[in-house]
Design a binder for this molecule. Sequence first.
Ligand SMILES: C[S@@+](CC[C@H](N)C(=O)[O-])C[C@H]1O[C@@H](n2cnc3c(N)ncnc32)[C@H](O)[C@@H]1O
Length: 382
Amino acid sequence: MRCDTADGLRGWRPATEEALYGPSGFYRRPEGPAGHFRTSVHASPLFAGAVARLLCLVDEALAHPAELAFVDMGAGRGELVTGVLKALPSEVASRARGYAVERAARPAGVDHRIEWLPEPPPGVTGLLFANEWLDNVPLDVAEVDAEGTARLVLVREDGRESLGEPVAGAEAEWLARWWPLTGPPDGPLLLPEAPEGPLPLPEAPGGPFPAEDVRPPAEGRQGPGGQVPAEGLRAEVGLPRDAAWAAAVASLGRGLAVAVDYAHFAGARPPFGTLTGFREGRETAPVPDGSCDITAHVALDACALPGARLLSQREALGALGVSGERPSLGLASTDPSAYVRALAGAGEAAELTARGGLGDFGWLLQPVGIPDPLPGGEQPST
Ligand SMILES: C[S@@+](CC[C@H](N)C(=O)[O-])C[C@H]1O[C@@H](n2cnc3c(N)ncnc32)[C@H](O)[C@@H]1O
């Protein structure tokens, strides 16, 4: 494995890049992501069905174009694009074109009509959907040292860490704006509480919000006693994810781009970060040797571009007709097999929308040249 320093230490971003996507990286393995963890795509076909309904809403907003693209960004083994194309009504399916964008090679058995690409196709019209992609875009990690300086965390191939240079330049600016590494001046570190209610992405009336509206400047966030950098606080520097998302959105000619991921938001960032590993269905220490997935939750509010909307998976799937409601007991006596099917569907829907689970995932909706097509997504009028 290539290293940037003689003692084998380098930042988490290059270490993760090689561990996941290098020649013998984790995502080059034949078993694919589903061999190690379950996403909403694997949890239930109801998910692909809901995304197919969203594609139909995008189709309507685009006035039924001759070619309607569905771009599965970070497609894994192409499970979502396959399921979405199957779930479309025949008239829409006849105009739909499926693209799987993946760094891993095309697996055998994917429908030959699905194009397998290393980059999103440029200028298409339709829906770009990125389920659990951004959490696998490698990033650097910063940690506050004993003097209160945020330093780059360096890591060896066996996972042992040391602190490196102070974070500087664009990374330092990103931290100051999106994830300030500060705590109270004295006493114990106060862990932020998860926000109640809708996800906190303020929107300016009438649509696009200026970047300044997303959250107050750093001074405005300081508590009454002032906030100081606290030793041991960690942050994941989301800059490469912001850039990756902006590039994916820019690839769309017109339509909707959606990123779905484990997310956190300004005011409730995890004080020690979320970098972790997954192997064979279990959470494990993140060791950048290609043996496990390395993932960190996404600062989705930092990724949001003007005109975006953030909501939870529970809200988004609810708007697309997926809810965990049990079928009525009356159905059990009139049509027992329909009742059993409906009960199984309700169980799967409950998993997709569960509090403390997949339902808490963030959905970032980014319309491009069309109004927000998801019900309840109209921009307020000025
Ligand atoms: C966690 S898996 C999610 C797979 C699938 N979307 C799902 O929800 O089941 C993330 C996938 O993103 C792919 N990936 C990461 N960065 C990528 C990039 N820049 N372009 C294309 N695919 C990428 C990885 O190879 C991996 O298959």
